[in-house]
Design a protein around this ligand. Sequence first.
Ligand code: MN
Ligand code: MN
Length: 199
Amino acid sequence: GDDLGTIPRQDDFREDVTLPSGWYQVTNASYNSVGFDRGHNTPSGDRDRTVEANSSTFLMTNMIPQAPQCNQIPWARMEDSLRRLVNMGFEVYTVMGSYGVGGTGSSGFANTIDGGKVTVPARIWKVAVVIPDGNNDMSRVNTDIRVIAVDMPNINTVGSNWKTYRVSVDAIETATGYDILNRIPAAIQTVLEARVDNL
Ligand code: MN
Ligand code: MN
């Protein structure tokens, strides 16, 4: 809840000049006329307490080429739903990522954009751990909490209902090779990661 406020979208998409020297810097123009949105990893709407925080979400290092329908409909609605939980008094920890190569935007299929410099992912996932608001967060993580995991195809024909893309955390771990939620005690992790949210 400390990250949410009323600051308007800064919309200052820009290259990330803090990258190590010699690294290619994706620019705002890298996404011109490619048929993919500049899809935020950390959403703008999750960081609107200060201008600085909101502006930081518009660095191009926070973007992936995301099919416009995916970005604007199911993914955006899922993000809205998670913020609604925060406004209802929950604390929500999120981690997201993407995997695979090739997506279908408004101009058709592509493996890369920006002259091959930016990979278009095939799938986009997010895991949200929902706990009641409070202090000492880990103490409120138990097998009764809600964990919402989604895995969507990066295609313009994606369905509009984000809830149909819910999966287990275990499924995302299998697909990506990551151990997600690895700071949660193993016995609790096992239970939470096998479940598919259905509320
Ligand atoms: Mn697991
Ligand atoms: Mn795990």
